[in-house]
Design a protein around this ligand. Sequence first.
Ligand SMILES: Nc1ncnc2c1ncn2[C@@H]1O[C@H](COP(=O)(O)OP(=O)(O)O)[C@@H](O)[C@H]1O
Ligand SMILES: NC(=O)OP(=O)(O)O
Length: 314
Amino acid sequence: MAVKIVLALGGNALQSGKGEATAQAQLSVVHKTCEYIAEMNERGYEMAIVHGNGPQVGRILMASEAAKDVTPPMPFDVCGAMSQGYIGYHLQQALKYALNKRNQNFPVVTIATQVVVNEKDPAFQNPTKPIGPFYSKEEADELTALKGYVMKEDAGRGYRRVVASPLPQKIVEIDAVKELWPKAIVITCGGGGIPVIEHPAGCLCGTAAVIDKDFAAELLAEQVEADILMILTEVEKVAVNYNKPDQKDLDHLSIYEANKYCEEGQFAPGSMLPKVQAAMKFVRSNPSKKAIITSLDKAIEALDGKTGTVFTFN
Ligand SMILES: Nc1ncnc2c1ncn2[C@@H]1O[C@H](COP(=O)(O)OP(=O)(O)O)[C@@H](O)[C@H]1O
Ligand SMILES: NC(=O)OP(=O)(O)O
């Protein structure tokens, strides 16, 4: 039986950290990303793709706010939906190209995905999710004074605007995802999903937040009964004492070890911590499953057991 994987694609799979933030620059990075995904498809893995949207949704919001004199600003949830649309479009285009090159006539489809969050989630009172570009401390202080943004330092890389990031509770379009699996590679829960609140009458209402795509990918992986949750980011392995002279890269983490390192504060909140927490949650949900955190270019080697940080129950 084919191995089922939910792939979570981080920022570097979509945009070069040091490069420009244009649509063209994103598409060229996505083309490279899709070569790896097509190779995985060629090897017989069944996949769904969840991607991040922090930089993109932040920039869509900025553009919308900057244009307020000519057109009404888009609500936050609509900006999230827009980010799903254009990132999904880039992935569809690049993945189809990479698949065709390998003579794999395989459908690729993006589902605009709503994800239910709890309006009482404490995350609404404590914004943690970095979005948009990076700023210096001085620029960050100016934005706080000028626009009231909450700005936080992001894993040693500069300051970013942070917004609420409630936990995903339910994937609204999950039946469609299951229906399409494994007939297509489905791009779903982009940017963690469009955050919606479920009202008693049954209607859904978009809300101002950005769900963490690693947690949404975890929920998806549980619901489609994936064998592996694979989180692809910039680093090949999770480390302890990250960025310090005594940094130690980790090949394997049990729930017990991962928990201990979380308590020690080894993983930066808003970057590595949610990935580790999502990996732990998936393995805890079914101790026969595994999660892998690695870099995009090492994904296949990691599936072959040669690199990455592998999370297992014991
Ligand atoms: N303990 C750690 N081990 C490895 N990387 C870490 C650690 N703590 C923080 N990081 C940083 O977290 C980054 C991944 O988070 P982020 O860039 O937010 O993810 P994404 O790829 O989803 O956009 C890594 O590239 C690294 O810079
Ligand atoms: N929504 C989300 O988690 O985006 P990033 O991966 O870009 O932070």
